[in-house]
Design a protein around this ligand. Structure first.
Ligand code: T46
Length: 137
């Protein structure tokens, strides 16, 4: 898959502000370009710990900082880009065949993920050299 880091972009989600607080919502094919088949969230990450370090063959995802902040490093085998996620109304679209690392979680940070497919371990590439070999195919 010839996806590049330039295909991975910040999507600005709706944000309705009121004196009582804000609300953000997400609808299939409206705010996100796929049908959401799974939602998961990463939380209680101890200081200094990192998540990710893999790519997906078919899965597309949107990463949102529901609370706090973290950095997402995206790598397409040719270049890297780092996104600081610190707004609950920004989603980072991560395409297929992009290596991702999630680092620098703030205390209490929550990474909310909207995924285009159910969980499938066979969709993961967890070996970086295998990822590069597939990218160059
Ligand atoms: C990703 C980053 C951002 C499940 O059983 N079901 C699930 O839906 C998920 C996401 C995980 N798991 C199991 C699989 C492993 O035994 O939870 C364990 C930890 O998963 P993993 O090491 O893949 O966690 P992260 O944080 O490194 O990666 C996760 C997602 O797996 C991945 O798709 O892009 O968050």
């Amino acid at each position: 898959m010839k996806t590049t880091i330039d295909d991975c972009k910040i999507i600005e989600l709706p944000k309705i502000s009121a004196r009582q607080g804000n609300i953000t919502f997400v609808e299939n094919f409206n705010h996100v370009p796929f049908s959401i088949e799974r939602v998961y969230y990463i939380y209680d990450v101890p200081g200094g710990e990192e998540r990710g370090a893999h790519a997906h063959i078919a899965l597309r995802q949107i990463l949102i900082s529901a609370m706090g902040a973290f950095d997402v490093i995206l790598d397409d085998g040719k270049g890297k880009k780092t996104f600081r996620m610190d707004r609950a109304y920004y989603g980072l679209m991560v395409q297929q065949m992009i290596w991702r690392e999630i680092v620098n979680f703030s205390s209490g940070g929550i990474c909310l993920v909207l995924a285009s497919l159910p969980y499938n371990e066979h969709d993961y590439i967890r070996d970086y050299s295998q990822f590069i070999a597939l990218k160059n195919k």
